[in-house]
Design a binder for this molecule. Structure first.
Ligand code: BES
Ligand code: ZN
Ligand code: MN
Length: 519
């Protein structure tokens, strides 16, 4: 009997693993069944597709809009079930005022509609969101609608066996209505789908628990995802890191059963010999705090402390996938921060690869330590044209900026402008915070070159940035993004269900497209 149960469990597990939403583009489909998603302008004005569906249903949509006082404000959704004409439901999504929209707005509007469907099982949904003048979406609009919808449809359902709820919720097929189906399909496949794939990879890596994703298995998953993508992969193991004298990274990993790794991904789509754009990510696969152990509440969430690494790797895969004309490198500094008899202690002194010594005052300030060696290695080995690190570095940045903006730290104003602009355009927004020499003074140590915390509670995010900056030459164009507030969402956003965000991939793709890609 037990044997039979095991077989059934196995069957259900396989059958339900990661249902993916399929995307299609078409220039015509009958409005006689399934779920339709259509736009409404501010003031509850039906237009284009929503006006057409209203006529087909003999005014059911106009009645619903009036009854609910639906305003058509951007971000608002009204679901009208069983409106007639054979339709299962119509999702009316607010577009805001009648005006031109950016690609990012189209992504958000489509995502908002999909998110509003929540756990509903949808066999086939048609998205028909018209352009300003009421005409069916062109190729660019359609491809962005597809990306927004796809991102919003993400689910991490590997561990839902389906044994108790029959079927997995979600949307099986998404049909995007567009006047230019062939061009939209081609644009989506070549330019945007690689982004979606990279973001899904990052979200999977982040969502996976730390008993599944640890440094070695992170590397294995990335290798698997990189099959068929034009990237080179190097992995430094403990003995390689010892040879390079990466004492800071090794110190963080030494308390864990799971040995640390440094993963390097390279994609050369630019001119030979062009200095690369380098992304470096904090990859703490679980941050217990180490001997300076964290309190119990929400400690489980510290599986997301490798979000920076997931996005650094994801950004390289996305750029390679869309054949960007740029040379890029992604580095993941991977370690698990655990307390054990072998763990480093508060008061220990380690020597980083650069030769500088660090006194560990708090083993929970570990991200800056793994990054100290990773950014140094990146500079020595790759001489980057620009280097951007991403890290869930401090709780302080979350308190300062909340959950909408990542903290941006840089000594280079031109790089700050580029990143801030790419943030606005991509919707992954940044807010610049200062690096002040006083914070350098605060990390002076009595017995080593620096210590890893200041010992006071002031400007915690800036102090963390300063520790990393100690290992970056002043003429290296470097920026640090503290993503601790944005990498995990409790409420979700227009294109992000609650949980892992994959923050930074769209931002870095936009940055490269706007400033670092050759023609
Ligand atoms: N991974 C944490 C930062 C963090 C906190 C990320 C909350 C996401 C949510 C980091 O390693 C850490 O523990 N930072 C300490 C630094 C302190 C010891 C100076 C912090 O923020 O408390
Ligand atoms: Zn951490
Ligand atoms: Mn920590």
């Amino acid at each position: 009997m037990r044997f039979i149960t095991a077989i059934f469990a196995l069957f259900f597990f396989t059958a339900s693993a990661a249902a993916q939403t399929e995307i299609e583009f078409t220039d015509y489909t009958e409005a006689d069944s399934g779920t339709w998603i259509a736009g409404v302008y501010e003031g509850g004005i039906l237009f284009g597709t929503s006006a057409g569906l209203d006529r087909a249903t003999e005014g059911a949509l106009a009645r619903a809009v009036a009854a609910e006082g639906f305003t058509g404000e951007e971000g608002r959704v009204l679901i009208v079930p069983g409106p007639g004409a054979g339709l299962t439901r119509v999702v009316l999504v607010g577009m805001g005022p009648k005006a031109a929209r950016t690609p990012r707005q189209y992504r958000d509007i489509a995502g908002t509609a999909i998110r509003a469907l929540g756990e509903t099982f949808v066999d086939r949904a048609v998205i028909s969101l018209d352009d300003r003048d009421g005409t069916v979406a062109d190729a660019g609009t359609a491809a962005n609608l597809a990306l927004g919808a796809k991102l919003a449809s993400y689910r991490f359902d590997r561990y839902h066996t389906g044994l108790d709820n029959g079927h997995m919720p979600g949307i099986a097929r998404l049909v995007i209505l567009t006047a230019q189906a062939d061009a939209a399909r081609a644009l989506y496949a070549s330019r945007l789908e690689p982004l979606a794939k990279a973001i899904f990879l990052a979200r999977d890596l982040i969502s996976e628990p730390a008993n599944v994703i640890y440094p070695e298995s992170f590397v294995t998953r990335v290798r698997r995802a990189a099959r068929g993508v034009d990237v080179d992969i190097d992995v430094l193991k403990v003995r390689d890191m010892k040879k390079l004298k990466m004492g800071a990274l090794l110190g963080v990993g030494q308390g864990s059963e799971r040995p640390p790794r440094l993963l390097v991904l390279r994609y050369n789509g630019g001119a030979e010999g062009d200095a690369p754009v380098v992304f470096v990510g904090k990859g703490i696969t679980f941050d217990s705090g180490g001997i300076s152990i964290k309190p119990r509440d929400n400690m489980w969430r510290m599986k997301y402390d490798m979000s920076g690494a997931a996005s650094a790797v994801g950004a390289v895969l996305a750029l390679a996938g869309r054949k960007a004309k740029v040379n890029v490198v992604g580095i993941a500094a991977l370690a698990e921060n655990m307390p054990s008899a072998a763990a480093q202690r508060p008061g220990d002194v380690v020597t980083a690869m650069s030769g500088r010594t660090i006194e560990i005052w708090n083993t929970d300030a570990e991200g800056r330590l793994v990054l100290a060696d990773a950014v140094w290695y990146a500079q020595v080995r790759f001489r980057p044209r620009v280097m951007i690190d991403l890290a869930t570095l401090t709780g302080a940045v979350r308190r300062a900026l909340g959950t909408q903006y990542a903290g941006l730290f840089t000594r280079h104003d031109d790089l700050a402008s580029q990143l801030l602009a790419a943030g606005e355009a991509s919707g992954e927004m940044l807010w610049r915070l200062p690096l002040h020499p006083a914070q350098r003074a605060a990390i002076r140590s009595d017995i080593a070159d620096i210590k890893n915390i200041s010992g006071n509670t002031e400007a915690g995010a800036g102090v963390g940035a300063q520790v990393i900056g100690t290992f970056v030459a002043t003429d290296t164009r470097w920026a640090h993004l503290d993503i601790a507030g944005v990498a995990w969402t409790v409420t979700g956003g227009p294109t992000t269900p609650p949980g892992a965000v994959g923050f930074g991939i769209q931002l870095l793709d936009q940055l490269v497209a706007d400033y670092y890609e050759s023609e």
